[in-house]
Design a protein around this ligand. Sequence first.
Ligand code: GLN
Length: 532
Amino acid sequence: MSKFVFVTGGVVSSLGKGITVASLGRLLKSRGLRVNVLKLDPYLNVDPGTMSPFQHGEVFVTEDGGQTDLDLGHYERFIDTNLTKKSNVSTGQIYETIISQERRGEFLGGTVQVIPHVTNEIKNRILAGSVDGEVDVVLVEIGGTVGDIESLPFLEAIRQLRMDIGKESCLYVHVTLIPYIAAAQELKTKPTQHSVKELRSIGIQPDVIVCRSERELTDDLRAKIALFCDIEERAVIPNVDAKSIYEVPLSLARFGLDEIVLERLNLQAGPADLSDWIELIESIQKVSGQVDIGIVGKYVSLPDSYLSVVEALRHAGFALGKDIEMHWIDAEQLETGNLDPLAQLDGIVVPGGFGVRGVEGKIKAVQYARENNIPFFGIALGMQCAVMEFARNVAGLPDAGSIEFGHDSSPVISFMPGQPEIIGLGGSMRLGTFPCVLTEGSRSFEAYQQSVIHERHRHRYELNNGYRELLVESGLQLSGLSPDGELVEVVELPNHPWFVGTQFHPEFKSRPTRPHPLFVSFVKAAISQRER
Ligand code: GLN
């Protein structure tokens, strides 16, 4: 029988609850336990696939093609495990299931209600996280903040579970903020007291409180929180702002978070083997010298929109001993023709995206990188922009464009037969992992050191096969293809220091302890560029 740890958030959002959960997962895994993680999101969208990155940050794609909350990216990176779409549950999914059951008459004339029908469906999804008992601990993060109307059914469900599966199988962790009031020069516990009071009013008494703060918590303060919130003092775990998010597991371990979890859940496990993680932190602390990478996109005002790309770049930087300085460049601003923001960069990334806004600016960035021999990495829409730029300025198709943006005169990016049909917008793309065969001797082959790779996809359009011959004749290398040869997955320019575009999203598979080969190869090229 699996054990369950429920993590709620109090006081404010953006407390890094996801990183706390991911860190706890890492600690438990390094003790030899099998861990699964679920994120329960209270919104009514079925999945974040249709949500704007401006509102919700990046959409993280799982191996099985789930379009999920970006916290799943943290879980995968910290725990070094692949999750599935079942790890992200939303209110939208719960209601979708219940309403279709109701329409099929499965409730036999009964009135369908939040309690018990919605809460039962939530409990089913949580219990399924044990994967038939294959998992020792299921970590369950409840999105939102305690006190939100939307999250009430989730809180009610986790309250009921304590009765259903027994209190020795459930543990409640509450992550809160301890704000520092500069005028009083004091850390304040009152918001935490109120948040715990709110939680108790719905029947949940936390076992552990993780306190996010910008300053060290004194012992007195921990004692005060313990007293007011009715928990042991050692279960008040400080989580002070860290230079790197990857330091959090070690800092939580120092305060014994994993010890307490094991003890309360009555779990036997060996000591934590954190040697690889300690090595990682040492390499992070050792980085010296910087590399300037420009990220040209539409959502640059919210860097969380490109979270996995940023982390993948950082991972490569850790491995190569360099600090990556990210330069956020608004693609639309390049459209005026002022390319100054691109000067002095050691490498340029054009990441994925949807919609026409900023595309012409991205194409200008590609042209600049190509003509000035600056390492260039195009991902998904970034690869499509590279193809459009090359078609226009090298292959002699000045009106080349993408069907996505209504270009029908020379649509070098188009809809390819056999690909998922467009039915509405939700979940109707080419999603998840597909194999790709790399050309021996190409830059990407050199990076991966193997010919068959598997990478995650999230797109509707493809390089138009009707233009392949012209593009190749003009010097574009199609270095990665689907195994049947029908879809172009990777393009390169052999006569350039480093110019690679991938239709897939390699960033989703990079891990801090196992940086992604393409990102490492790209950052290496950027380092050489800087040295030149
Ligand atoms: N908008 C493009 C498509 O749908 C690219 C998607 C992406 O960048 N992931 O094909």
